[in-house]
Design a protein around this ligand. Structure first.
Ligand code: ZN
Ligand code: ZN
Length: 179
């Protein structure tokens, strides 16, 4: 991960504090970074699209640039808002180099007619957070379906791949190989 050493969790709009606590505990299991929390950002109505009843992910991602931080720290926005991007009907998250964002709105098992399941919900949030942070560290998508950097076309891809980087992606961001 070279120059990056810290991650700031930024709630955008109303976010259950339990989710922030989960991420604080889970992210360091994969990324050896100092994870802390910032004061929340408000969910700006500028990014809301009435006809879609969704927020523009790219707009929320841009708002994260207002978070005060040093250059080695990456902000990870977390929102309950449903997101779309210019070419995609919905996204679980979005990132650019140095900034990442996830939406939890489509990660609840209840969204897919399944019974509530906190463990699965937490696993999905963890997986999507690591995926977007991987992009923020400069990783592209990975063709290995078991790698967290594999593109999730639907929630089944997220559940299958889980939060671990493959050996190649680990190497690319300078993480040591698994023992
Ligand atoms: Zn991606
Ligand atoms: Zn990979």
């Amino acid at each position: 991960m070279g120059e990056f050493s810290g991650i700031i969790l930024v709630p955008i709009g109303e976010v259950d504090p339990v989710i922030i606590a989960w991420l604080k505990e889970d992210i360091p299991k994969i990324l050896p970074a100092n994870v802390r929390e910032s004061t929340p950002l408000s969910l700006s109505p500028r990014h809301f699209q009435n006809d879609r009843d969704q927020y523009l992910a790219d707009g929320l991602l841009a708002d994260l640039s207002s978070i005060p931080r040093d250059e080695n720290t990456i902000p990870l926005g977390i929102t309950g808002a449903d997101l779309f991007s210019y070419s995609l009907n919905y996204v679980f998250g979005i990132a650019c180099t140095g900034r990442a964002l996830i939406s939890i709105s489509r990660l609840k098992p209840e969204c897919y007619g399944m019974p509530a399941n906190q463990k699965l919900f937490r696993w999905r949030i963890f997986t999507e957070a690591i995926h977007e942070l991987g992009h923020a560290f400069g990783l592209p998508h990975c063709e290995y379906p078991g790698c967290v950097m594999y593109f999730s076309n639907w929630i089944g891809d997220t559940d299958r791949k889980g939060p671990e980087f493959c050996y190649r992606c680990r190497r690319r961001i300078g993480l040591p190989g698994k023992a």
